[in-house]
Design a protein. Structure first.
Length: 626
């Protein structure tokens, strides 16, 4: 018999009401706005508001409204995206160090709706506009940094155990070689190195295989630890880049890992690619090394090419050579804080540096024993390069620029806090920003980049909505003509399906992208397939002479298993796309998965409820409109 439990009707009504409420915020347009954040995340005060309003007035921009959010940020609503861009450009020059501005979109949802947690869907980069980067970690540089750290560790281990050695170097063949005065010393050095590395390693397992070759001890990294270098570097870099993005003031950035050595960075609303690259991919940092020779020794080493085994040849910006220790006393990743301030003695730009406790102790131990000797500050920067290969294709790379910015005498011992000079004002400002966010564990190269303008994003939204609307209209028109009353039932079920998808995506804060519109259109197709199966099954039962009510009940029951099996394969594909894809693929997969669940519910449950409501109470039903 054609029956449908009353509690199921109640469930459908509740789901309909729930989805209507949480889909409604998408009907309210968002206001283009500018977000102003005070230094160190403090609440925006009256002085900062005054500077901002004065800048807007001088640029002849009339804000739609101003408000302060729960985090103390100033939000300025504007009338158009053109005003938004102009306002951001006008505000930036009046901001002090640490104060940031960002482009944002603010909802206009009524308070009674927002108080229930209802909010519109977030728009992806392709719908809002902004900057997209794909960054890849330099595995060779990551490994080289790891080997240089190991070289420094080996030197310390040998010194602590009073083992005389000539040099310890990271070699081009990805090994670390410790050279001893005689072959007899190599065995003792190997034992010291093995024990020390084992003690320092997590879990007590030595990540290196050591081998004695004459008067040398050769360390080679194990295969499994070798593979972890890039993975560990990308994980550390992700945290550092997240801090740098927050410094840019982007409202809803996307930072996703792709594979073992890549990061996807999307910055909605940002249009300045050069500034974004300069801040996100910057690898500039500082190293502090002891000076090991005077000017004459350095000049002779440069002329002859014979550099002492414990030293490395560097140059000042002027080109003058200087010999520094191979051992890094303190590196950029050991810095806690940095501030750009004028040198009180000369008035020139300088950077006040604060080290970690461990690094401060190392610095104090060195300076207390080396008063009146020189300590050099090395500025290291990685500059992106673009060359062309034999086929004329662009090849992206980079070159490392190392220069000594200062090598003053140590007048008195110092520890965790000191000042370094020798930078220009721009270099000091940039370096402070980078040091505050931390040094990258390994350099990263930009392998892909593009900008989507806000007008193109708005056009994508318009076209995406138009595509979904027309797919619905054509489908509804065809179903109504071909299946008559059951076509109307199917059309109502399809509209309910769309409502559920939009509501669920809004409720869980999913991001709608251009491929997401494709997923939405596909979910319409999947729902159509399910309803076609049901309708054709009912028609088949009618052709076999079954009474109308029984044909409806049998059609739904028999088609349900087929619908479930067909959608299960689609779910498997959607989950695989979401798990292993990135960016646009994830947006498409998420919309498709939600659409599949919604289509099964509306096709099997909602449409059956409607059919039962229309036909179940008719006592003498001889035919149905299908």
């Amino acid at each position: 018999m054609l029956e449908f439990a009353r509690w199921k009707y109640l469930v459908i009504v509740l789901v309909l009401a729930f989805c209507t409420i949480y889909a409604m915020p998408n009907l309210y347009p968002q206001d283009p706005s500018v977000q102003v954040t005070a230094a160190n995340g403090a609440v925006v005060d009256a002085a900062l508001k005054g500077r901002v309003n004065a800048a807007l007035a001088s640029a002849q921009i009339a804000p739609k409204a101003e408000e302060t959010d729960a985090k103390g940020r100033l939000l300025i609503r504007l009338k158009s995206q053109n005003d938004q861009t102009k306002a951001s450009d006008a505000i930036k020059p009046v901001l002090a160090e640490g104060e940031t501005t960002a482009l944002n979109l603010l909802p206009t949802v009524p308070k009674w709706l927002s108080s229930m947690g209802a909010k519109p869907m977030s728009l992806g980069l392709d719908l809002q506009g902004g900057v997209h980067f794909l960054m890849q970690v330099d595995e060779k540089a990551a490994l080289q940094k790891k080997l240089e750290g190991t070289s420094d560790t080996v030197r310390t281990l040998l010194r602590d155990k009073a083992v005389t050695f000539g040099s310890v170097d990271a070699m081009p063949d990805q090994t670390v070689v410790a050279t001893l005065p005689a072959a007899a010393d190599a065995d003792k050095a190997k034992q010291v190195i093995d024990a020390g590395l084992r003690a320092n390693a997590a879990g007590g397992s030595n990540p290196y295989t050591t081998e004695v070759r004459g008067n040398q001890v050769v360390l080679r990294m194990n295969a499994q630890d070798f593979a972890k270098v890039a993975v560990d570097a990308i994980d550390q870099n992700r945290a550092v880049i997240a801090d740098r993005i927050s410094g840019l003031g982007v409202a809803e950035p996307v930072l996703q890992r792709q594979g073992n050595d890549r990061l996807v960075v999307e910055l909605p609303g940002l249009q300045d690619t050069a500034e974004a690259k300069r801040q996100i991919g910057a690898t500039a940092t500082l190293e502090f090394r002891a000076v090991t020779g005077d000017e004459a020794t350095a000049a002779e080493a440069q002329r002859s090419g014979n550099v002492p085994p414990d030293s490395k040849l560097y140059h000042f910006e002027s080109g003058a050579p200087i010999l520094l220790s191979k051992r890094v006393l303190v590196s950029g990743d050991e810095l806690l804080n940095a501030t750009a301030t004028p040198d009180p003695k000369t008035g020139l730009p300088s950077v006040n540096v604060t080290l970690t406790a461990a690094a401060g102790k190392k610095m104090f131990d060195h300076t207390v024993n080396n008063v009146h000797k020189r300590l050099a500050t090395v500025y290291i920067d990685r500059i992106p390069t673009v060359t062309k290969d034999a086929d004329g294709k662009e090849v992206r790379g980079s070159r490392v620029q190392e220069r000594v910015i200062a090598a003053p005498d140590i007048n008195e011992p110092f520890g965790a806090s000191f000042m370094t000079t020798g930078l220009s004002q721009q270099q000091a400002t940039d370096l402070v920003r980078q040091l505050k966010s931390g040094a990258l564990a390994a350099p990263m190269d930009f392998v892909e980049e593009y900008v989507i303008g806000p007008s193109l994003g708005a056009e994508n939204v318009s076209r995406g909505i138009k595509a979904v609307v027309f797919s619905f209209l054509f489908t509804l028109g065809f179903f109504t003509i071909y299946y008559r009353m059951f076509g109307v039932i199917t059309s109502v079920a399809l509209l309910f399906n769309l409502l559920i998808v939009v509501a669920v995506m809004s409720l869980f804060g999913a991001t709608m992208t251009l491929p997401g519109f494709a997923g939405l259109a596909l979910s319409v197709g999947l729902s159509v397939d399910a309803n076609v199966l049901i309708n054709e099954r009912i028609r088949e039962e009618l052709r076999h002479g079954m009474p109308p009510k029984a044909a409806i009940a049998t059609g739904y029951e028999k088609a349900s298993h087929t619908i479930f099996d067909a959608n299960l394969t689609g779910l498997i594909v959607g989950v695989a796309l979401y798990a292993f894809g990135s960016g646009p693929l994830k947006g498409f997969a998420l919309t498709m998965i939600i659409g599949i669940f919604a289509s099964m519910f509306t096709a099997i449950t909602v449409s059956r409820a409607l059919a039962t409501l229309i036909y179940a109470r008719r006592k003498h039903l001889k035919s149905i409109a299908i």
